[in-house]
Design a protein around this ligand. Structure first.
Ligand SMILES: Cc1cc2nc3c(=O)[nH]c(=O)nc-3n(C[C@H](O)[C@H](O)[C@H](O)COP(=O)(O)OP(=O)(O)OC[C@H]3O[C@@H](n4cnc5c(N)ncnc54)[C@H](O)[C@@H]3O)c2cc1C
Length: 457
């Protein structure tokens, strides 16, 4: 009898345990579903920090959710450090920016940072854009490449040179990330010398323009919704005067995008050949409705992009300094941390001071950009030249500080960063072209100063 009572109590106790475990299981399943929107199974990484900025349903964010620029800057920093940086290996693995990460860039509004509010963008000043870039570009610069051709090369040319209809058609979609712009200037025979391009645009009766030619190294060509294409409208015109710019929708017949070539770095970014074969576009595709202004429009976007590249180099340098400093403080050799050795300290200190110089140069240049009626293109050339060369030196030092680890692709981020930053000395005007432009302006200034100098006889 006594035994029976004990058994009944035991049974009831087991029942409670069972219900308790069942409830606990149900709660865990519920919690898992809630968190699944911010948990990436492939990387097994919790995106906790973004949680305060991103609502639980998705990455949806709009500019209305930020009270001011400083708040936005913090959100971008959090995104870069806690979401994008840890996911960098996915860029190589998936040979592109995965959709969830592209959505994160779009939802936080990065496509709209340079586009005025009237067209749905944030309308940030250049100084603000540069500060954002310092933060954002501490993660792989491949992320930046996804929206760089939209915020700079294409949208800025549209802002200054397009008709009101063209602005209304493209800018709001660009600002929201619905429309990716790609910039199609470079050709096999026209690299640094853009005026040598041979792509043509000919009037085709009353149907519009017919484009024919081959472009190469076009960033975001596979993702593009619209190409800003530079083509000759007057074949025999001297220099750049016969070149015009066209806004060509990517779904027009006659456009073929090549397979992305494998690059030295920037895995996950795509710079492709694009062919235009009897590509028919309406008359309204001509930017601003005016012929012969193609290279001027291109330069407008290029100057914006050059300053952004300079700021990107600063961001990447900060990241490389972070990697090498953290290693130097931990790595022990000869019974002490290598950071205690003077030669290692010199590598760290040179990198830090050069990065700070680049940062100051970018900010100064951005202020001039914001204040001046004219684009400070020589200051921009100096910033682009200095910062792109600077980040290459910093990357080289980072490899040196990290020794063998700096050379092991699968064991550290530094080899990848080293390869990535090499690009900055080549595109948006190679270093030699920046040097030429700076020196030419200096010499021109000297001549004009002496011509007006009161001490000149
Ligand atoms: C990853 C990547 C992405 C790109 N994305 C785009 C894009 O989206 N759209 C686009 O239109 N283009 C793009 N480009 C093209 C880029 O702008 C060109 O590669 C760049 O302008 C250099 O042209 P090039 O490669 O033909 O080199 P070249 O012009 O052949 O130059 C080769 C070398 O000669 C030097 N050189 C040339 N002329 C002179 C001179 N007068 N004096 C001294 N030295 C000189 C150069 O500095 C360089 O060192 C991209 C390139 C790359 C690599």
């Amino acid at each position: 009898m006594v035994i029976q009572i004990t058994n009944q109590r035991d049974f009831a106790f087991k029942g409670y345990i069972f219900i308790y475990l069942g409830l606990w299981y149900a709660i865990s399943v519920y919690l898992e579903i809630c968190w699944s929107t911010i948990w990436h199974p492939a990387d097994q990484r919790l995106l906790f920090t973004l949680h305060s900025y991103v609502d639980e349903r998705s990455f949806k964010l709009t500019q209305n959710e930020f009270k001011n620029f400083e708040e936005y800057l913090i959100a971008v920093r959090e995104l870069s450090q806690n979401v994008l940086r840890p996911a960098e290996n996915r860029l190589t693995r998936e040979n592109g920016i995965p959709d969830d990460l592209t959505a994160a860039l779009t939802d936080i509004g990065l496509f709209g940072i340079s586009i005025p509010k009237e067209f749905g963008g944030f309308g940030f000043t250049m100084e603000q854009q540069v500060r954002l870039t310092f933060e954002f570009c501490q993660a792989s610069c491949v992320y930046r490449s996804r929206f760089s051709t939209t915020i700079g090369l294409t949208s800025q040319a549209i802002l200054d040179f397009a008709t009101e209809e063209q602005k209304d058609r493209y800018l709001p979609k660009m600002a929201s990330g619905q429309c990716t712009g790609a910039f199609a200037l470079t050709e096999t025979e026209a690299g640094s010398d853009a005026s040598a391009l041979t792509t043509t645009a000919k009037k085709n009766g009353n149907k519009g323009w017919l484009l024919n030619g081959e472009k190469r190294y076009i960033t975001n060509a596979p993702q593009a919704d619209v190409f800003l294409v530079m083509a000759k409208t007057e074949e025999n015109a001297a220099g750049s005067s016969g070149i015009s710019a066209f806004l060509v929708d990517a779904d027009q017949p006659g456009i073929t995008v090549g397979e992305p070539p494998k690059m030295l770095g920037n895995e996950g970014s795509h710079a492709c050949y694009v062919w235009f074969n009897d590509c028919q576009v309406p008359f309204e595709a001509l930017i601003g409705g005016v012929e012969g202004r193609g290279l001027k429009a291109a330069l407008r976007g290029i100057n914006h992009a050059r300053l952004h590249v300079a700021a990107t180099c600063v961001g990447q340098a900060i990241r490389l300094i972070d990697e090498m400093t953290s290693y130097a403080s931990k790595r022990q050799q000869f019974g002490k941390s290598i950071g205690e050795f003077g030669q290692i300290q010199a590598l760290l200190a040179d990198s830090q001071s050069e990065m700070s110089a680049g940062k100051a140069l970018c900010l100064d240049c951005a202020k001039k950009f914001d204040e001046g009626a004219e684009i400070p293109f020589i200051d921009i050339a100096s910033a682009k030249l200095f910062c792109s060369e600077m980040v290459s030196r910093v990357a080289d030092r980072a490899v040196q500080v990290m020794g063998g680890l700096g050379y092991m692709e699968d064991m550290s981020d530094v080899p990848r960063l080293f390869r990535d930053v090499r690009l900055f000395r080549i595109f948006e005007g190679a270093s030699q072209i920046q040097q030429t432009n700076i020196a030419k302006a200096m010499l021109k200034n000297t001549r004009s100063h002496s011509a007006t100098s009161p001490i000149k006889p």
